[in-house]
Design a protein around this ligand. Structure first.
Ligand code: 5GP
Ligand code: ZN
Length: 112
């Protein structure tokens, strides 16, 4: 399967890995939108948030790692955002589900 994030998991495409668990990988976004911008992905290939919701253990693992990375990156006290862009109309460009962890600056609401 021609999936960029599966290739990152396999080490075929380099990435700045922040942390790894049995079921998830966290790495820095190549085009960061905030001082802390980390992508957290499950190691199983599922295309989007709806598909991830059908795998509760993977969903929980992604959530747990996002929270752990937020703490490790020191943005848990100041506040951070976890976003799943879902569908091209919402800005999804890579169809291997990923949580964006954003922090280290003020984050406006509503988002754009
Ligand atoms: P989406 O637009 O699907 O919500 O998010 C995809 C994200 O992946 C974007 O923020 C983009 O900057 C990031 N991205 C795209 N290609 C690469 C890559 O090769 N390496 C890394 N680390 N991030 C990537
Ligand atoms: Zn994939």
């Amino acid at each position: 399967m021609d999936c960029l994030f599966c290739k990152i998991i396999l080490g075929e495409v380099p990435a700045q890995v922040v942390s790894e668990t049995e079921h998830t990988l966290a790495f820095r976004d190549i085009n960061p939108q905030a001082p802390v911008h980390v992508l957290v992905i499950p190691k199983i290939h599922v295309p989007n948030f709806a598909a991830l919701a059908e795998h509760p253990e993977a969903l929980a693992a992604v959530a747990a790692q996002a929270a752990a990375v937020a703490k490790a990156e020191g943005v848990d006290a100041s506040g951070y955002r976890v976003v799943f862009n879902t569908g091209s109309g919402a800005g999804q460009t890579v169809f291997h589900v990923h949580a964006h962890l954003l922090g280290g600056r003020g984050l406006n609401w509503p988002p754009g």
